[in-house]
Design a protein around this ligand. Structure first.
Ligand code: NAD
Ligand code: UGA
Length: 319
């Protein structure tokens, strides 16, 4: 069995590759090592994966490179490569979102069509819902993105349906809700909170801190992709929410991290950020029913694991 994972050196990607490799699947990991955050973190992730004999790293940019060769003969392709992050997607930031989320995905879909990939799993985002009115939000709720980032992820979903319907591709879309855990992207809230607490610097909270996120532990996010790559799913590009199941406020996330670190920290409130939704909460009944997937790591435990990973074995010592 051989899978292709795009975005393999990224946060979710390297966890997913490791889980696949540990289960005996051979993995070709595609990544362009983009500079959305320090690429040396991605190089370190790729180096850890390269210790597995069954892993092959392929450095290429999906928006421009020839990709048929790497897809040929793959049993499944899991597409995580993207420009992530909600807040930088305005203004001059936008073209790179179009290139990495729309153009790159369209080129991958073309290559998947030509090489007859049997199953394609696409990483989409809770951002496609925008400020949802129904909570928890089910997959058939209206998609109404509140940020340019969300618009590009929804464009990818629509492209996927068009390719699936016209060319008979088997595609599954996963809408991930704010993923966290060891190796979380350094631009994300929990990573920044832990770093600030450890450095005795003020924690920046955008808005009042009462915004709610349905945080999803990274190993659970990876398990959902593995389930989606092999599951018997209904025709017609099925979409699944992948959410942690314990929506909570960002202030509470900070409180839990502070307790694990043993430091109260100081909070500086900054203005609410354009594109940030007030709350996310995913109904995961469909994934439970059709993928046999549900989240296993509770929020408190997941935050503790991220703190321990980010700060070392005993986060209370040496601060
Ligand atoms: P990440 O930035 O850590 O990983 C993405 C990887 O894709 C990076 O290593 C990057 O170098 C690579 N990449 C980007 N453009 C590429 C291109 N054109 N060709 C080849 N490689 C390219 O991000 P992540 O947090 O691991 O997110 C993975 C996926 O999950 C993304 O599609 C993101 O939109 C989606 N998602 C993430 C979250 C989250 O909370 N982390 C939530 C919802 C959806
Ligand atoms: C995350 C990912 O970054 C997106 O790639 C993904 O698509 C999205 O989840 C999703 O669920 O679809 P976000 O929820 O904004 O986006 O995740 P964080 O960056 O962790 O931010 C969570 C909240 O904390 C936001 O309201 C943000 O404004 C706030 N925040 C962030 C702070 O208050 N302080 C910070 O330093 C950083």
């Amino acid at each position: 069995m051989r899978y292709v994972v795009t975005g393999s050196a990224g946060f979710i990607g390297h966890h997913l590759c490791q889980a696949l490799l540990e289960s005996g699947v051979a993995v070709d990991g595609v990544d362009a090592f983009t500079d959305h955050y320090d690429p040396s973190l991605k190089r370190a992730n790729a180096a850890r994966l390269a210790r597995y004999d069954r892993y092959r790293g392929v450095e290429l940019d999906l928006a421009t490179a020839e990709i048929d060769d790497v897809l040929t003969g793959a049993d499944a392709v899991i597409h995580l490569a993207a420009q992530p992050g909600v807040r930088p997607s305005w203004a001059d930031g936008f073209p790179v979102y179009v290139e990495r989320n729309v153009t790159a995905s369209q080129r991958l879909l073309e290559a998947a069509r030509r090489t007859r990939v049997p199953r394609l799993v696409l990483a989409s985002s809770s951002s496609v819902y925008g400020n949802a009115t129904d909570e928890p939000t089910a997959e058939d709720a209206p998609a109404s993105p509140f940020s340019p980032y969300g618009v590009t992820k929804l464009a990818m979903e629509h492209l996927a349906s068009a390719y699936a319907e016209n060319w008979g591709l088997s595609i599954v879309v996963l809408r991930y809700f704010t993923v966290y855990g060891p190796g979380q992207r350094p631009d994300m809230a929990l990573h920044r909170f832990i770093a600030a607490l450890a450095a005795d610097e003020p924690v920046i909270i955008y808005g009042d801190g009462e915004q709610v996120r349905d945080l999803t532990y990274v190993a659970d996010a990876a398990a959902a992709a593995i389930a989606a790559a092999a599951a018997d799913v209904p025709p017609g590009t099925p979409v699944f929410n992948v959410a942690g199941g314990s929506p909570t406020t960002i202030s509470n996330v900070l409180r839990i991290a502070s307790e694990h670190i043993g430091r109260q920290g100081t909070v500086r409130h900054a203005p609410e950020q354009p594109g940030d939704v007030r709350a996310t909460s995913g109904n995961i009944d469909r994934a439970r029913r059709l993928l046999g997937w549900w989240p296993e790591v509770p929020l408190e435990e997941g935050i503790k694991r991220q703190v321990v990973h980010q700060l070392g074995e005993d986060p209370r010592s040496g601060l």
